[in-house]
Write a protein that binds this ligand. Sequence first.
Ligand code: PEP
Ligand code: MN
Length: 340
Amino acid sequence: MIVAMRNDANPADIELVVQTIREHGLQPITLPGGERVAIGITSSIPPDVRGPLTELLDVMPAVDHVTQVSRPYKLASREFHPVDSIVEIKGISIGGGTFTVAAGPCAIENRDQLMRSAEAVKNSGAKLLRGGAFKPRTSPYAFQGLGPEGLELLKEAGDATGLVTITEIIDHHDVDLIVEYADILQIGARNMQNYALLTAVGKLDVPVMLKRGPGATIDEWLLAAEYILYQGNKRVILCERGVHPLDRAYIRYTLDILAIPVVKSISHLPILVDPSHAAGNRIYVPSLCYAAAAAGADGLLVEVHPDPSKALCDGPQALALETFESIMQNITRFLHSKEL
Ligand code: PEP
Ligand code: MN
């Protein structure tokens, strides 16, 4: 439920609404918006309370109108937060008119591989450096990442280039360690509904990029974001990376392009697109980058490698550094009003 106050509402009018909501055992929150104050209720409202409370609030001084929120998520919804959220980190703004590109290797393998990637993606115009230190792998026999040593290399590369760093967290026990080394935490597709992890990162004041699970509906994805927002961390970025495909013979995951304008219409959170994990094959990555830009995404998360044929993880989808550079040159044509 949202109570929209009139322009001329004074603090006493607002306080009366807040008190009335509290007296019904519910928690009011003041919502950011334009010139007018609005008060929202995030918790579920018992059916026998909703009607009488709506009637009571509707006739209070300076109340303009009362609306019922139709979505299961509240803090992630545009109804609660009409303007685009912008996540700021070290002078970079993600969302709200910018197109932010994160690029780097799937997994951090050694200093030379990471530094060569970092310098190249920076020169091509990327603002963020990605690199996995803790890798969630389908097989326990596959390379699992360098762990803490990878984090040290990531920090070193970030400090040397000035790039903002992003890395995946797979275990809530690693929060303290990872925030010491990285600027943005990535929650991977496999962990989208790891509620202990969502709750732990929700307690931080650090940007979190939440990938969509391959089998998750948009509501499930936004409810996962709601877990982080509910704990108080407002710096949430979404990332579409593809859903289970109809045709595994040719397609690793189906990039849900339509999810971009849909999410933009129902949520205020910035949304990036990861074309690499969707494509699974580098030859399809450029088209998906352009499609994401044209569909209104706020940026990209792309895998590159100085020598893709030697990559220890996700080599087939890794772009050569030169291909990444050419994508960055071409993409401005698809950006509408956003700035690279
Ligand atoms: C990744 O970005 O390295 C990754 C593991 O992606 P996803 O969670 O989308 O599979
Ligand atoms: Mn990968």
